[in-house]
Design a protein around this ligand. Structure first.
Ligand code: FMN
Length: 436
């Protein structure tokens, strides 16, 4: 796969797949999303499969996110010349080759050792912005160095320490991120049944906390905790190296036995870092008044992720952010949440002229993306599907998943008789309940 121009990507993807098929080679990453997810589940440990594919409660939100797409149908419109199609779109004042972005997914080291580094490289080839998670497995500076040509945004989880929040935002801007996404739907961790049944939360195993371990403010917080007058703790000298070494001991312990892990986490440094993380990770006291402070820390565009209620979209617009990201976190936070596609038209109607509207939760291919774009989304975020690609074939797997989304969008748009993303509007769609 080369750095091909997105136009015509549909046919070139089909042709590459069918040509390889003549030689007896099937795609290494299944194209059908349910086959893709099944294959990834089989390839992963039970803990990773639960973490990636699980949701809150009995997972009604995950089902509702998908079911909401069934309410919309695409009108086929043949006999229009669609030979020249263009997937470019303009958002946040920048014209981009595609309307897709990569949603922030934390703890990708559970899926593949190269985690965010592999994802960042794949995103460059796909020409899609990569939203790097606050819970990524590699520090943002390393991801920047790995894929300097790519557009990266940074996703912040608002921690209990404002000094830490400011430090993370400043580092993001310094390492070349071009937008700050604040995820506001995780002020409490959702009731994730599959993880609970395994008693497994990756952060407690020191995974997904790379941004913190490399942060000067966080390191000070760990040092302060270790310096608390508790026996020999005060004698431990905290340096970045020492913290990282301690963490890697903890990880090695994990791959040995449960007892090994428990022992290694008993040593002061890893335990102090994990405990400090668990203390500061999020704050249930977060309110709109806090959000506005980010403006003092950065001049980058600010996007609020985790908006589902139209009144909150209006509020976000009114506090001066540049984008709202409609998301229910892929059903990982509330069981039986309102599905995101259901609220997209109203949110677009109320704030779409003023701020960019990003959409996610349940997107499984290009036809889904077309529906969201036709309903007014500025950009569509891909989440779990790229994690599945990463599980099956690392960087190449992510690239194939992204390419397949783009290819299906290109083909579906052409079959609907449209040639440009800006031509997509609700007239491309029919609502299932509509009386014709
Ligand atoms: C394994 C996993 C990890 C995630 N980590 C984060 C994260 O660190 N920050 C964040 O804002 N959202 C996170 N999300 C939510 C995604 O950004 C996105 O909203 C969600 O995956 C969309 O649902 P879908 O993948 O089912 O389409 C995560 C989702 C998954 C599945």
């Amino acid at each position: 796969m080369s750095n091909e121009a997105p136009s015509g990507v549909g046919r070139s993807a089909q042709s590459a797949i069918f040509r390889a098929g003549i030689g007896g080679t099937a795609p290494q990453v299944p194209v059908d999303p349910s086959v893709l997810f099944d294959a990834a589940r089989r390839a992963l440990s039970k803990e990773a499969a639960a973490y990636i594919f699980g949701g809150a409660g009995v997972e009604r939100t995950m089902a509702a996110n998908r079911a909401a797409f069934d309410d919309w149908q695409v009108w086929p419109r043949p006999l229009t010349d669609v030979s020249m199609r263009n997937l470019e779109t303009t958002a946040f004042g920048v014209t981009r080759p595609t309307p897709f972005i990569l949603a922030p997914l934390g703890v990708m080291e559970m899926v593949h050792p190269e985690a965010d580094l592999a994802v960042a490289r794949a995103a460059v080839t796909a020409q899609m912005p990569y939203v790097l998670s606050n819970q990524a497995s590699f520090p943002m500076e390393d991801v920047a160095a790995e894929a300097p040509a790519g557009e990266r945004w940074f996703q912040l989880y608002w921690s209990a320490s404002d000094e830490l929040n400011e430090s993370l935002v400043t580092r993001a801007e310094g390492s070349g991120c071009t937008a700050i996404v604040i995820t506001v739907d995780t002020h409490l961790l959702g009731w994730r049944t599959r993880d609970l049944d395994l008693g497994y939360l990756p952060f407690t195993r020191a995974m997904g906390i790379a941004q913190y371990l490399t942060d000067p403010v966080f390191k000070r917080l760990v040092a302060a905790r270790v310096a608390e007058p508790q026996g020999q703790r005060a004698a431990v000298k905290i340096t970045p190296k020492a913290v990282l070494a301690g963490i890697s001991i903890a990880r090695k312990g994990e791959s040995l036995t449960g007892a090994g892990l428990r022992d290694s986490l008993k040593s002061p440094l890893p335990r102090a870092a994990v405990e400090t993380f668990l203390d500061v990770f999020s704050t249930p006291a977060l309110t709109w008044g806090d959000i506005v402070r980010v403006r003092e820390w950065t001049s980058l565009p600010i996007i609020i992720k985790g908006i589902v209620h139209p009144d909150d979209a209006v509020r976000a617009r009114d506090v001066g952010v540049n984008g709202v990201w409609i998301s229910n976190h892929g059903g990982r936070q509330i069981d039986a949440s309102v599905p995101t596609l259901y609220v997209l038209p109203e949110i677009v109607a109320r704030v779409g002229g003023d701020v960019e509207v990003i959409f996610d939760s349940g997107v499984r291919g290009g036809a889904d993306a077309l529906i969201a774009l036709a309903l007014g989304a500025s950009l569509v975020a891909i989440g779990r599907p790229y994690a599945a690609g990463l599980a099956l074939a690392g960087e190449d797997g992510v690239r194939e998943v992204l390419r397949n989304h783009l290819a299906e969008l290109d083909i579906t748009m052409g079959l609907a008789g449209r040639t440009r993303i800006s031509d997509l509007d609700p007239t491309v769609l029919r609502h299932r309940g509509r009386a014709d």
